[in-house]
Design a protein around this ligand. Structure first.
Ligand SMILES: Cc1cc2nc3c(=O)[nH]c(=O)nc-3n(C[C@H](O)[C@H](O)[C@H](O)COP(=O)(O)O)c2cc1C
Length: 167
């Protein structure tokens, strides 16, 4: 764990789109990134804030991420957030993940979603791909702003915004 507070659990199987978002957030949050298949129950317990991220595949987050949440023990109001990329970011696609996390006692602090490149199936056949270049620099900047907001409002070991002291 190397003394870090934040774990980003990310499933990114198509073009690494969601992983790009995770990497930008990790720079801001000084976070560790892991695949759901690597994550142990001890790690879930040890980190104080966890980001759950995935591409959207057939209108849902990746089944491996959903399965991991099923196996996590009930938490005592541990802080969490969700991030995702999709062809068409659509809030209902994240509902299974939201439901499972709240059922397991996580407090959801927020969500970040942006478009991601796809060149799969008929989209590849007819269009050669959609959302070329996404996430782009603007998307990744917005991901970093989201992460800064989380850091400044919910990580207590960082700089206090209203003064010059560090706690
Ligand atoms: C098999 C497959 C199914 C997908 N299904 C959806 C979908 O239902 N809705 C959507 O908006 N995007 C869908 N996408 C697009 C991905 O969510 C998008 O490309 C995402 O950025 C992939 O993230 P990744 O590169 O991190 O895996 C699908 C992509 C693949 C490969």
């Amino acid at each position: 764990m190397k003394g870090k507070d934040v774990l980003l659990i990310c499933k990114s199987v198509h073009h690494g789109n969601t992983l790009k978002v995770a990497q930008r957030m990790a720079e801001v949050l000084d976070a560790v990134i892991e695949d759901p298949l690597q994550v142990t129950p001890e790690e879930i317990n040890a980190y104080s804030l966890i980001g759950f991220g995935s591409g959207i595949y057939n209108r849902k987050p990746h089944s491996v991420l959903l399965h991991l949440v099923d196996t996590i023990e009930v938490q005592k109001q541990k802080k969490a957030f969700i991030f995702s990329t999709a062809t068409f970011p659509w809030a209902p696609a994240l509902q299974p993940l939201r439901d499972k996390l709240t059922h397991k006692g996580f407090i959801l602090l927020g969500e970040f979603s942006c478009k991601g490149f796809i060149d799969e199936g008929i989209i590849k056949y007819f269009f050669g791909g959609l959302n070329k270049g996404r996430p782009n620099e603007k998307d990744l900047h917005e991901a970093s702003v989201f992460a800064k907001n989380i850091r400044d409002n919910y990580l207590t070991t960082r700089v206090v915004k209203s003064g010059s002291s560090i706690i």
